[in-house]
Design a protein around this ligand. Structure first.
Ligand code: MSP
Length: 642
């Protein structure tokens, strides 16, 4: 039977007073996974923390005229504040300065020494202090650190060594037998080519020239190498080798170590080798994610592209930042953080798509039904499209989350949000209210609120404030906000009281200067486009053309030109606004089979979302629709046109 525990970790961070959105990235992703697993019924242990020892911290504290402990204490308090503001639901925050951790590392070191896997020798080689890494001459790139490109220092001292070379074969077997251990595969292959295949050499695991760290208890002039100290957190945090190792028994091996790409190799090589030496099981998965870069460059104070993430949270909301980080980056690859795109996405996806859906629907239930939900059986054929999409939503999310395809899982939720918005346009509750068709109106409002309930549940792993705000506004109780209750459409109870609340997201005004610059940029792009007179076959294949049939035609209010058409394109019905009033009477259009561009970005015309375009020919005076010649038999609606 599958175990129901789930142990997930982030790396433990070097204390820094300039944590940026890149640092938040991994923690937010880990948090979303932890929340998701909890909702699925797993007993989750989610750990994060800080890596507080080593030469780098020792030097920084000195520069700040503080003791290392004073220096890290201040930063840790600030880091915890940041995680709290980001809604990080960790179960344990480990500090490598914790007594239990220090004790554990000492015992690990002794155990490996007693076993003969650690031995005393001397080290002469290069060391990168910012990365806290040893390098051989051949690993350097132009004499500099291959990871950060900075200068390395010559280190020559007596040191203890870990017999890493002894584990080369066993590691190779491990990788071969567990193809899912190291992901993504590209990162695994890169690590194997660049490090593993070159042959593993024994690793220097103590320093005599560094004081700030954990002392080797049987030889206290040696300080344990910071990476051995740091990696051990994953088991010291569970009480390994302590009097109370209940957590270790329950949660080890880790189900997922989430780490950034530059520290993947420490986790993929040194960590499994250490665990083998300790006779402990190997984690189930080590995932090396990409970096967040800002407008193409690495984030750093010196580049001037650094901002405290709390600024973004204050200007928007915690969920806006979480949404951007989780949805915008293709998990595993590098992703870009741009302030403009952040605002744009916050406005379009959150304020418009999600926020408007909830506010429109709750407002309608209040206006037409005094906020009361009433069940009704009156159906239209297009209802099933929405109901199926809602009912199968979390199943789709699960499939993707279980493969760590986080951004794709979020896309599925937005597909349903957009479908629900379209459903409003299609069902037109305001017309039903005018016609006093209360049976159908009740059914439409029920379908919409029930869909919103399911959307709220699906959002629970990713957003931390919005789901409960949604549940409040639509008046649902906890029992139908559980993950499992998202699998059934129709659990929303009769007489539920809906109460429109504040808008879920505020639109953010990009300052005028910025939008002017953007307009100039767009104008330039248009000129460029006009200059490119030819398109390729690939460009052409992007246009999706289908046979559609006009089911309904009505005039758009206060417009001499526009018709609103409901067009059947096979698997769905689309609302299309078209300027052909001067050329066609309503009855001439009804039932015609026409050519529809179905993948054109929807656009609003007179407040109506037009979800496609009809093909027509002609100049200003005469316009002819492209219609199907049905003399030789008809084609089904939705047939592709090539
Ligand atoms: N202390 C070590 C980890 C020890 S784990 C046993 C360390 N700390 S760190 O503070 O430098 O980095 C912590 C994590 O933040 C790493 O996984 C790193 O990849 C991640 N990130 C730092 N900058 C980042 C971005 N710009 N984008 C995404 N992640 C980034 O390494």
């Amino acid at each position: 039977m599958e175990s129901k525990k789930y142990y997930i970790t982030t790396p433990i961070y070097y204390p820094s007073s300039s944590f940026h959105v890149g640092h938040c990235y991994c923690t937010v992703v880990a948090d979303a996974i932890a929340r998701y697993k909890r909702l699925r019924g797993y007993d989750v242990f989610f750990m994060t923390g800080t890596d507080e020892h080593g030469q780098k911290i020792e030097r920084k504290a000195k520069e700040a005229s503080k003791t290392p402990k004073e220096y890290v204490d201040e930063i840790v308090a600030d880091t915890k504040d940041l995680w709290q503001k980001l809604g990080i639901s960790y179960d344990k925050y480990i500090r490598t300065t914790d007594e239990e951790h220090k004790e554990c590392v000492k015992k690990i070191f002794k155990k490996l020494y007693d076993k003969g896997d650690i031995y005393l020798s001397s080290y002469e080689g290069k060391y990168c202090t910012p990365c806290e890494s040893f390098f051989t001459e051949s690993q350097l790139v132009d004499g500099k650190c291959p990871d950060c490109g900075r200068d390395v220092e010559l280190v020559k001292e007596e040191s203890y060594f870990f017999r890493l070379s002894k584990y080369q074969k066993r590691l190779e077997k491990l990788y071969d037998e567990n193809p899912e251990l190291l992901e993504p595969i590209t990162r695994k292959n890169e690590m194997i080519e660049n490090f593993f295949k070159k042959g593993l050499t024994d690793l220097c695991v103590s320093r005599t020239s560094v004081d700030w760290g954990i002392k080797v208890d049987f030889d206290p002039k040696h300080t344990v190498y910071v990476w051995i100290d740091a990696l051990s957190n994953y088991i010291s945090g569970l009480g390994y080798l302590s009097d109370n190792d209940e957590l270790m028994k329950k949660y080890w091996p880790a189900d997922l170590h989430l780490v950034g790409k530059e520290i993947f190799r420490f986790h993929a090589i040194i960590w499994p080798a250490l665990l083998m030496a300790l006779d402990l099981p190997i984690p189930k998965k080590i995932f090396g994610h990409g970096w967040l870069i800002v407008d193409g460059a690495k984030i750093s104070k010196s580049r001037g592209n650094y901002k405290d993430p709390r600024v973004y949270i204050n200007e928007t909301s915690v969920d806006s930042l979480r949404y951007y980080l989780l949805s915008e980056v293709n998990f595993g690859q590098d992703g870009n953080f741009s302030e403009d795109l952040f605002i744009e996405k916050s406005n379009s996806d959150l304020a418009n798509d999600l926020g408007n859906l909830v506010s429109r629907v709750t407002a309608m239930v209040e206006k037409y039904n005094d906020g009361i939900i009433i069940k009704s059986d009156v159906k239209e054929s297009y209802d099933d499209n929405l109901i199926d999409a809602a009912e199968t939503l979390t199943e789709k999310v699960e499939l993707l989350m279980d493969q760590l395809k986080i951004n794709e899982a979020i896309q599925k939720i937005w597909n349903v949000i957009r479908k629900a918005n379209k459903y409003i346009d299609l069902s037109m509750p305001w017309i039903l209210a005018k016609q006093e068709n209360s049976e159908r109106l009740n059914a439409v409002l029920y379908n919409l609120v029930e869909t919103i309930r399911i959307i709220g549940i699906a959002l629970r792993p990713f957003l931390v404030e919005t789901p409960s705000e949604i549940f409040n506004q639509i008046g649902v109780e906890d029992d139908i906000c559980t993950w499992d209750s998202s699998k059934k459409f129709g659990l929303l109870k009769e007489n539920t009281k809906v109460k429109k609340g504040k808008n879920l997201f505020q639109r953010i005004e990009i300052n005028k200067e910025k939008s002017k610059m953007e307009q100039d940029k767009k104008d330039n792009e248009v000129v460029q486009e006009v200059q490119n007179q030819y398109i390729t076959i690939d460009d052409l294949s992007k246009v999706e053309l289908k046979v559609g049939q006009v089911l309904e035609v009505s005039r758009v209010e206060n417009s001499d030109k526009l018709y609103k058409l409901i067009v059947d394109i096979g698997n769905e019905k689309r609302t299309i606004v078209s300027g052909i009033v001067p050329y066609y009477k309503e009855e001439e259009l009804l039932n015609k089979q026409i050519v529809v561009v179905t993948n054109l970005k929807p656009a609003k015309l007179r407040g109506i979302e037009s979800q496609g375009m009809l093909l027509a020919a002609g100049d200003n005076d005469v316009v002819k629709l492209l219609v199907l010649d049905n003399n030789q038999g008809t084609l089904e609606n939705g047939t592709n046109i090539h």
